[in-house]
Structure formats: C-alpha cells, structure tokens
Design a protein around this ligand. Structure first.
Ligand code: DCP
Ligand code: CA
Ligand code: CA
Length: 357
C-alpha cells in the first residue's frame, strides 16, 4: 500500500536577527547591517551572528570573525545581539504558524516545520495557504520569510532555502528527484563538511551523483548513515513533524579578549559556560546525556570532542566534571586558545525521567 500522502511546510525567517533590527530601526533600512560582536574598529573579537542581504553583497556571512566583516564592509551598521528581543519576536511568529498546522515542530529560533496535510486538499491549496501565512507574518510582524513545500521534511527544508529571501518554493512529489538532482550534497540534512569532503573524494558532488551511487558502496563507506544518505538523495524521508518545540542542544561559547594558555583562566571560563548551559537546561526541564567541548586555537584550528554518558542527568556536577575531563584530555599545550565552548545534546524531558533512568 502507498504511503499516506503528506504536505509539509518548512518556514524560515529571512536574515532573522538583522531583519528584526531593521524593523526596529527604519533609519538603517537599505544599509548593510551586521549583528554580532563589537568590531572595535577592526580589532574586535568574536563573530558575526548574521547580517542583512546588503551586507552579504560584500561577502559578510554568519559565523565569520567580526574583524573580517570589518575588512569587507567597514561602513556597515554594527549592532550587538539582542537575544531577548529576537526570542519574543520568534515566539509570536511560532504562535501564528502553529494555528495553521496539524502538527508543528519549531526548529531553532527562526524556523519551523508544519504538517498541513489535513488543512489543504492539494498542492494548489497548499501554495495559497503558504501565501496567506507569508502575508500574515509580514502584516503582523513586518518580517519576510521563505517557505518550502514538499511531501516530507527533507524536501520542504531544502525548498525553503531554494529562493531566499521572501521565497516560496513548492516541490510536487513527482518532481522531487528532478528538483534535488543538481543541488550540492551539502544541502541534505546531516551532511556536514566532513561527509561532503569524503563524498567529493568519491567523485560525488551533487545529490544526483549520490542518488546514482551503489547503496552497498555507501554503506561500506559510511555505515548506517550510508543508507540514510542514499534515501535522502532520492528525496525519501519518513520522519514525522514532531509536536512541541523540541530543543536539540544547548550551548555557550566564549572568545577570550586575548588568546590564552593560562589553564586557570581556561578552566574557570569553562565552568562559567557550564553554569549558563546548566541554567538553560533547568529552565527547560531537560536532562542531557552528551557533552561536547569546542576549542579554537590562536591559528583558528578548531576541535570538538564529545563524551556520551551512560545515563541522562541534569546535575551540574556531571556537566562540569565531564567537560573538564574532555578538555583535560584533548587540550594542546603548544598553542594558545582563542575560544572555548560547551554544548550538551541528547536531551530528553525531565518529566519522563523515571521511565528513562
Ligand atoms: N545565527 C547565529 N550564528 C550563526 C548562524 C545563525 O547567531 N552562525 C543566528 C542569527 C540568525 C539566526 O540564527 O539570524 C537564524 O539563522 P539562519 O541560518 O536562518 O540565518 P538568517 O535567518 O540570518 O539568514 P537567512 O535569510 O539566510 O535564513
Ligand atoms: Ca533564517
Ligand atoms: Ca534558520
């Protein structure tokens, strides 16, 4: 028997932090706006959170060192990250979206999946619904978003990214493979830089290349993930839109004011980051199982190391001890450190604790 036909939306806000700032400061409209660390006349440390499309024309991107952004675009408007404000806007947008969905899954601060299968009869109606949602967000919040429509989350997510900003891309089930074929493999969920490199070495650069690949070869090279890659390349994704805004991870990073090799400073900073992460964990009533420590050295070489515990926990002691152990074992003595970060993942609700431990 055939699968139940589904119609899934993925909604992603355009240049979100910078768009909110643009809305709050109409006087900056039309200018390049960069939200992130203080550039301090080019000497600033830390990174760009995001920027508007005017700034992107100069090559500025999310995650880039703020000093590099300054070189590319010194005349931009530089603004600090006002996270509380973006959070409030995000919550209002999620409330709007939730009303239109049978099932709703927020996926980070500025995007969400919606299963609208019972709300529309066909793809033509789905398109009309997407236009209505875009109009409502624009009228109520003064912000644009891009929406992807497809038969599953994978395709919807790739489609929302296809025409940005203010995009609407619909991929009918029969067009899925044709749509994916020319796109780079990196567009697939879970394909990071490492997998991309490995695939490239095998002569695979587009999703089409991957789809034509022998699945047994992929399993040989990538284990169970190989099968997943093969299915994704054919646009197959059975995962459900999961109710409630599930948090995938909680993290904090700190860029030191000056690169340091002072272990007492480094470990104290690690402890402070762990404190913040732990605060968020409790606020969301969650338990964690995996701890990841990120270290960026003075030459920007960056390493992440993870440890998964045998149990779910919300004890601060488990978090600090594990992150310190990870750092202890992996830290390099021959280089100064520029940034460290702590992340917890593998999160579950603390309310279900008794059934899990
Ligand atoms: N963000 C961040 N640091 C990053 C990436 C993102 O702080 N390295 C924040 C700022 C973004 C928000 O998360 O506004 C959403 O991230 P997106 O990847 O969706 O990027 P944008 O919404 O900024 O731009 P786009 O229009 O490409 O979606
Ligand atoms: Ca976005
Ligand atoms: Ca996003």
């Amino acid at each position: 028997m055939g699968e139940k036909r589904r119609i899934i939306f993925h909604v992603d806000m355009d240049y979100f932090f910078a768009a909110v700032e643009e809305r709050e400061h109409p006087e900056f409209r039309g200018k390049p706006i960069i939200v992130g660390a203080d550039p301090k006349g080019g000497k600033g440390r830390g990174v760009v959170s995001t920027c508007n499309y005017e700034a992107r024309k100069f090559g500025v991107r999310s995650g880039m060192p703020i000093s590099r952004a300054w070189k590319l675009c010194p005349h931009a408007v530089y603004l600090p990250v006002n996270y509380d404000l973006y959070m409030r806007v995000s919550e209002r947008i999620m409330t709007i979206l939730r009303r239109y969905a049978d099932r709703f899954e927020s996926w980070g601060i500025d995007e969400a999946f919606m299963d609208v299968s019972s709300r529309v009869r066909d793809y033509a109606e789905a398109e009309a619904l997407a236009r209505r949602i875009k109009k409502e967000i624009l009228e109520r919040e003064g912000l644009t978003c891009s929406i992807g429509i497809g038969p599953n989350k994978l395709v919807a997510k790739i489609a929302s990214d296809f025409q940005k900003p203010d995009g609407l891309t619909m991929v009918n089930p029969e067009d899925v493979e044709k749509f994916l074929e020319p796109l780079p493999v990196r567009k697939l969920l879970w394909v990071g830089r490492k997998t991309e490199e490995k695939l490239k070495a095998m002569g695979i650069t587009t999703i089409g290349d991957l789809a034509r690949c022998d699945p047994t070869l992929l399993v040989e090279k990538f284990g169970t993930m190989g099968k997943q890659l093969y299915l994704m390349a054919h646009g197959i994704d059975k995962s459900d839109v999961e109710e409630r805004g599930k948090i995938k991870s909680i993290s904090r990073n700190k860029t030191f004011e000056v690169d340091t090799e002072d272990l007492s400073v480094i470990f104290e900073t690690l402890e402070n980051l762990a404190k913040d992460v732990h605060g968020d964990l409790l606020a969301h009533s969650l338990l964690f199982k995996t701890v990841t420590v990120k270290v960026r050295y003075e030459d920007f070489e960056t390493h992440t190391h993870s440890k998964t515990l045998a149990f779910f926990t919300n004890r601060f002691e488990d978090l600090t001890r594990t992150s310190k152990e990870i750092l202890q074992v992996n830290i390099r003595a021959d280089k100064k450190i520029r940034l460290i970060g702590v992340k917890i993942s593998n999160l579950v609700s603390a309310e279900k604790q008794s059934t899990l431990v």
